[in-house]
Structure formats: C-alpha cells, structure tokens
Ligand binder design. Sequence first.
Ligand code: NZQ
Ligand code: ZN
Length: 387
Amino acid sequence: MQPFVFHNPTKIVFGPQMVKKVGKSTAGYGSKALLVYGQSSIKRTGVYDQVTASLQQAGVSWVEHGGVKSNPVLGHVRTGVALAKAEQVDVIVAVGGGSVLDASKSIAAGAKTDGDVWDFFIDQAQVREALPLITVLTLAATGSEMNSGGVVTNEQTKQKFNIGSPLLFPKVSILDPCLTYSVPADYTAYSAVDAISHLIEGYFTSADSATPLQDRFVEGLIKTIIECTEQILDQPDHADARATMMWAATWALNGLSTAGIGVYGFPNHMIEHSLSALYDVAHGAGLSIVMPGWMTYKAQQHPAKFAQFANRVFGCSGGSEQERALYAAEALKQWFRKIGSPVTLAEAKIPEQDIPAIADNATMLAQKWGLNEYNAEVIAAILKHCC
Ligand code: NZQ
Ligand code: ZN
C-alpha cells in the first residue's frame, strides 16, 4: 500500500425525490444561477419542471444554457462562459449526465478567468477560482458528480482533453435514482462499461501488488455493476438496481478505489477519447471496443493480475495463468456484447484503415498524461486487437 491523501468535499444527497432539494442546496451558494442542461431529455421526463419549481420555491432566479451535446464541445462551453459572465451568476446548476456536468465544470472555471477556458485543458493555465457547482445527475456513469475532472472536445483541433482542479468538485450532488429510470438500454449499457473501465484502469496499471483491499473493492464493485445492469436491462424501473448502479458508478471514480495504489494510468481512456473526438461515438461504446483489446495486449505481458480478475470476477479457475489472463479479456468482451455495447471498431463503423490516424490523435493525450510507453506504434498494435 502506498501513502496517499484522500479528500473528497462533495456533499451527496441520495435517494428518491431528492431532486426537490436542489433549490435549497443552490440557495446556500447564491440567488442567481446558470442552469445548464443537455439536448432534450430533462424536458421530456419532467425533471426540468421539478428543478425549476424547486429553484423558484427557494428564491433562486436563473438563466439557461441548454443544448449541451453528448461528448460536449468547446464552442458551446465558451458560449456558456460568456453568458455566466454577462449575467453575473453566483452559482451553476447542472442537470443531466456526465456531459452536462463536465461542461458545467468548465464553465465554472472559465467564468472566473480573463483568459480562454481551453488554456486549462492544455496546461497553459491553472484553475485559481471557480463558480460553485450544484449537480442533479440523470445518468449514472462517469462519476463526474463526485470528482474534480471534466472532459471537453475542441472541435477545431479534434482534441478530447480534460480539465481538473480541486476547485471543480461539485459542492452538492443530488443523486435521485428515479431520474435514471428513463435512461434507454443503449446508454444503460454504455454506463456500465464506463463505470467498469474506471475501476479497471487503476486495478491493472498500478505497480503495487500489495493492494488486497483495493483489489477486492474493485472486484466487488464490478460484480455489482454487472448484476444490477442485467436487472435494469430486464426492468428499466428496477428501483434497487437503479439505486445501486447510481452509487456504484459514483464510487468507481471518486478517488476511493485508487487511494493507496500509488501511480496508475488511464490508457483505455487515452485511446477512447480519440474515438470520441474523431467519430463522436458514445464514451462507453468506445470503451467497450478498446478495453478488451487493451486487456488482451497487456495480459500477454503481465498475466498475474488478469488471471486474478478472471478468477474473482468471472469464476474462471482452470487452465494456465496465461490462459486465465486472456480469458479475463474475452469474458468481459462477451459480457459487453451481451448487454449490447459494440466490441469491435467495425461495429461502431470505424474503418480499420483509420488505425494510424487514431493512434496519432491518441498520442497527444498520452503525452499530456505522461503515458510514455504509449507511442503511436503501441497504440496501433492495441487497436489491431479491437478489430
Ligand atoms: O442531452 P440529453 O437530451 O440530456 O440526452 C442525454 C444524452 O443523449 C441522455 N440522457 C441523460 N440522462 C437521461 C438521458 N436520456 C434519458 N433519460 C435520462 N435520465 O443520455 C445521453 C448521454 O448523456 P451523456 O451525459 O453524454 O452521458 P455520460 O454521463 O455517459 O457522459 C459522457 C461524457 O462524460 C465524459 C465522457 O468522456 C463523455 O464526454 N467523462 C467524464 C468523466 C469525468 N468527468 O470524470 C470521466 C469519464 O471517463 C468520461 O470521460
Ligand atoms: Zn470513462
């Protein structure tokens, strides 16, 4: 176990009907909000009415910045920054999935700088101040509701990069599982893939082998996510399964599962962000293509941890260590296929001949994240396993 500091300041308000608490939670941070939301879902489901009624009741006025697209883009973030500044809002209320929350974090930082918000993404500036952020989560996947990061695509440069600062932890996140009942089957599957990916990145890339607590935490969360995803796909309004999934996805990327594992990387995300940036595939769909390929590539080099995963998550005990390690990748791939997430580039209509271009794009993030072993050649070799 490695030394660590764990500090997560986000207040979680969890449970059915908790959406009604958004007004009061927001009023603690100001009287004028920027209300950020996505394309259409919150108006269709009635969540918009619930949120605005609660804000009104608490005496909070608001201006709106709707239309955040899945895989949020810089142009729309910049418009949000300009609006937040012009209207001199005190606080941001984000209502939606990870894309809305990430766009809101970026606006929160951009509203408090005279520079360009993109500078935070390319490490040309550090976040020194940010507007407070309240979130109402409608899709359980990214963990953005309880972490300090956000991801945005620069449409011009085709870079899907991240912003991060302790100042970007949401002040309050409202996790009302009922708001996720309307998430369709495809995004339910992508969400499960994403939450699992957050857990395996640290699990497989940490160099410390003495992390039994963190290992079992990850394995238990993954088994739970598999179980409740199948229940949800069977019955979309399964109250217990939606609630469990919501909390599990939050835990998957709030810093707890990686506390004590030392240095680790996000290579699957590094590669997936290029698929999203170049082809606008859903993040989870891109990950279900990349992950089995990356696992196959890595299992050949360091089989022990992959064999442990195969045994503890999928109950595989036969064969050699190398065979069990490769089974880990195969079993996860088959489960992704079973829940309806794509597992090959072709299934996402991404041509195999684009691999060199994808690899080139991914090297930009590999460099930013210090993933030095991942040059274009290595990334291309991994992508070959994704065909
Ligand atoms: O735009 P609307 O109309 O709201 O529709 C959304 C969108 O089409 C819809 N949706 C959301 N809640 C719904 C719903 N539909 C029906 N009922 C509901 N209750 O779902 C679609 C996907 O939403 P999106 O927010 O894009 O999904 P997700 O939460 O998976 O977020 C993905 C983004 O988060 C980033 C990804 O890269 C991607 O850009 N990530 C953020 C992370 C973070 N901040 O920590 C970490 C992740 O690794 C990830 O990179
Ligand atoms: Zn992710």
